[in-house]
Design a protein around this ligand. Structure first.
Ligand code: GTP
Ligand code: NA
Ligand code: MG
Length: 456
């Protein structure tokens, strides 16, 4: 009898952790690129997806993959970076909601921090299995880098003091994780992967432990979770970002979790003014090992199979809503039913935004960053009167100016990571409306304190 071979998709793996623990740097090291250096003050504000083909993983781990007799069955890994800044709970939540598995990054010198614990809780809530990357081992005093060596061998090459410090940092982390009711153990000592979380020491600077990390993830996926990544034609696709790209117009970045997409497919996506029905004009991916966030020569594909991050070019995407699903309309599908489903999703998100009453005007680049910004403003107790997404236009200044009559101190517009049109700036000057413009959330904090402190 013929046994049908199962086809596997790449697992989607989310990188989570406290701010500045080295999530993006680890990805950079895996990809051999430098995304972190190009970010606004090194802070990740969006979710990016990177596909690591299995050939690359084989190459990176060849120094000791033979020893562990690893047979690679998966086509690769799709890694999703998330921001660690406290205000981006929604993006962490969205990233962790998409993934099959996660890498929780902890700074070995800092141990557990606020968003480490938040991340653990997110993963628990969604029952997502994960491992821990204990990053920045190179910061241990007198640590000697030993790249391309299994980590347990690298320890043997350290001075007594360095090995001791490493040991005590690991013990502290294990104890702190126990405090969160998690059993944890260094991966090479972990004989019970079902009940113990594996710790993989890494350095994004020297590259130690990166091969170990790749191998441990692959092994866990293949041993314990392979059924979860069987490829199916049932479409599962989430919209991450809406972006205007020179030469292409408005495009959407999506994560194709399962199924496939083709050029010419009729699709429905959620829009701010109702569902959008359109047709895929082109499917673009960055070359392998590049991240979809980074501008690069795109590769145009006729069709694409999960799991993959892909940029879709189609007319009428200007009002598409990040964080919602993308649907493909086949000949025998009920399009009205699909549109109703799409509308329900966006209603749920917008209902969470309460902008009634008097307060500042807020503008952000995506729904995701708007949500994050609103949660930050709520925390620092700044009321919000208006919200909008995209570049600041004259009409947005006019809306902000309405607050002049209601309560003049709220007649300001907070422009978070968005462009300000020249005519808008002119109108703001004429009407004496302050525009506060910053590209990271926390920079607003002091400015808002100054503004409201000065007025009180
Ligand atoms: P957010 O996205 O803002 O949450 O931060 P992140 O977790 O992506 O951290 P990022 O990669 O931006 O790194 C933060 C800082 O730590 C940068 O200055 C990095 O150069 C540094 N860093 C990252 N990994 C390592 C490491 O392994 N060793 C050392 N010494 N520094 C590191
Ligand atoms: Na950072
Ligand atoms: Mg980052």
């Amino acid at each position: 009898s013929v046994v049908e071979e199962k086809v596997y998709r790449s697992p989607i793996i989310c990188i989570l952790g406290h701010v500045d623990t080295g999530k993006t740097s680890l990805l950079d090291k895996i990809r051999h690129t430098n995304v972190q250096g190009g970010e606004a003050r090194g802070i990740t504000q969006q979710i990016g997806a990177s596909f690591i083909p299995v050939e690359n993983i084989k190459e990176q781990t060849k120094a000791f993959a033979e020893k562990v007799k690893m047979e690679f069955k998966l086509p690769g890994l799709l890694l999703i970076d998330t921001p660690g800044h406290e205000s981006f709970n929604n993006l962490r939540s969205r990233g962790s909601g998409l993934c099959d598995f996660a890498i929780l990054v902890i700074d070995i010198m800092h141990g557990l921090e606020a968003q480490t614990i938040e991340s653990i809780n997110l993963l628990r809530m969604r029952k997502t299995p994960f491992i821990v990357a204990l990053n920045k081992v190179d910061r241990i005093y007198d640590w000697k880098p030993c790249v391309n060596t299994e980590f347990k061998e690298a320890i043997k090459l350290q001075s007594r003091a360095a090995a001791q410090e490493f040991d005590s940092k690991v013990k502290e982390t294990i104890a702190a994780l126990a405090g969160q009711e998690l059993n944890a153990e260094l991966y090479w000592r972990n004989k019970d992967i079902k009940n113990y979380v594996s710790l993989v020491p890494t350095s994004a600077h020297t590259g130690e432990g990166i091969s170990d990390l790749m191998l441990v993830v692959m092994q866990l996926m293949q041993k314990r979770m392979i059924e979860k990544v069987v490829f199916t034609e049932q479409l599962q696709c989430t919209l991450l970002e809406v972006k205007v790209i020179e030469g292409y117009g408005t495009t959407i970045d999506v994560i194709l979790v399962n199924g496939s997409l083709n050029e010419g497919d009729k699709i429905v996506v959620s829009g701010f003014n109702g569902p959008i029905e359109t047709t895929i004009r082109s499917l673009l991916t960055p070359p392998p090992l590049r991240e979809s966030r980074i501008k690069s020569q795109y590769i145009q594909l006729k069709s694409i199979r999960a799991a993959m991050g892909v940029k879709i070019v189609a007319p009428g995407l200007e009002k598409a809503v990040p964080g919602t699903s993308l649907y493909v309309v086949n000949d025998d599908d009920d399009i009205e039913k699909i549109k109703a489903d799409a509308k329900k999703e966006v209603d749920n998100v917008l209902n969470d935004i309460d902008t009634s009453g008097v307060g500042v005007s807020v503008q952000a680049s995506t729904l995701g960053s708007l949500e994050a910004f609103l949660s930050f403003l709520k925390k620092i107790k700044v009321p919000v009167g208006n919200v909008a997404i995209g570049p600041v236009h004259k009409k947005n200044i006019m809306s902000a100016a309405i607050m002049k009559d209601k309560d003049p101190k709220y007649a300001i517009l907070l422009a978070f990571d968005v462009k300000i049109e020249e005519s808008a700036q002119q109108t703001a000057n004429d009407m004496k409306i302050t525009i506060m413009s910053e590209d990271t959330i926390y920079l607003f904090e002091q400015r808002l304190k100054d503004h409201f402190g000065a007025i009180k």
